[in-house]
Design a protein around this ligand. Structure first.
Ligand code: CP
Ligand code: NVA
Length: 307
């Protein structure tokens, strides 16, 4: 894999992703066997977070440790960056002390700026616009369940947010058929949509928008959703709760999908909002397998970028 940073899914080629998945298989087996494997011994990863996290933080910290390395959790509010130290100066300091950085923040442009000035790999752990690590784990999960990605039909129902922006980029690369159903005014990023439509068409897939969630779910192999209110949107709660009524994965929508359809959610979930308890805790749900795969896939990313 010939890239320095992982800021968005489209930084990767199809063969880069296949390389990540191949290494993921190996690392997953090693962990199952309890084998000690330390390709990142002596390396240190910085984790800069200005938003909450359970999965991303823990899986990167544990993953780094399992690969023989070390990590340092850095709450962005306690860094001098929060008091105005420039990204450029911070990047020089990180590059002197660390071997890689995972950053979770609001502005994607800030992360691009950090990557541009840092000499070490920068990994996007979620911005308002992208969540590449999530989607790599999701694609890996779909591939391990269905044996393929090409032509798989996914219906994403909910908010046109960071998760679906990254899902569009990933689905496009593999020629998947992704239908996105959001309320009016909550569509995914228009530029990413346009670019993904083009990439998908070349790969034999299709990305499309569909207002009616029942229609979007028809014959889908995968139903995917995410929260109605993302981190940083808490003030919009009342309006969003109203606007998103009907954009919920429940048994009625599940019946529209293919008879073996699987249900995915990046978590954290809000049962009774974007998904019902019945569905997320039911036998079609693979959300906890999806969450576990975050660890294995990110370890592969760490090994490929940091060693
Ligand atoms: N899905 C995900 O990124 O979870 P966290 O917010 O807990 O990291
Ligand atoms: N869209 C959600 C994803 C959380 C993992 C958010 O940004 O809060």
């Amino acid at each position: 894999m010939n890239i320095k940073d992982l800021l968005r899914v489209s930084d990767l080629s199809r063969s880069d992703i296949e390389e990540i998945f191949e290494l993921t298989d190996t690392l997953k087996k090693k962990r199952e066997r309890g084998e000690v494997y330390a390709p990142l011994a002596g390396k240190t990863l910085g984790l800069i977070f200005s938003k909450a996290s359970t999965r991303t933080r823990i899986s990167f910290e544990a993953g780094m440790l399992q690969l023989g390395g070390h990590s340092i959790y850095l709450d962005q509010h306690n860094l001098q960056m929060s008091r105005g130290e420039s990204i450029k100066d911070s990047a020089r300091i990180f590059s002197a002390y660390l071997d890689g950085v995972v950053i979770r923040t609001f502005s994607h442009v800030e992360v691009e700026e950090l990557a541009m000035t840092a000499m070490i790999p920068i990994i996007n752990g979620l911005t308002d616009t992208h969540h590449p690590c999530q989607i790599l784990a999701d694609l890996y999960t779909i591939k391990s369940r269905l044996g393929r990605l090409e032509g798989v039909k996914i219906a994403y129902i909910g908010d046109g947010n960071n998760v679906v922006n990254s899902l569009m980029e990933g689905a496009a690369i593999f020629g998947m058929e992704l239908t996105i159903s959001t309320p009016k005014g909550y569509e995914p990023d228009a530029d990413i949509l346009k670019m993904s439509e083009e990439v998908a068409a070349e790969a034999g897939g299709k990305i499309s928008l569909c207002r009616d969630p029942m229609e979007a779910a028809r014959k889908a192999d995968i139903l995917y959703t995410d929260v109605w209110i993302s981190m940083g949107q808490e003030k919009e709660r009342a309006k969003r709760e109203k606007d998103f009524k009907g954009y919920q994965i429940n048994n009625k929508i599940l019946k529209q999908a293919s008879k073996d359809a699987l249900v995915m959610h990046c978590l954290p979930a809000h049962r009774g909002e974007e998904i019902t308890a019945e569905v997320i805790d039911g036998d079609r749900s693979i959300v906890f397998e999806e969450a576990e795969n975050r660890l294995h896939v990110q370890k592969a990313v760490l090994q490929l970028l940091l060693s």
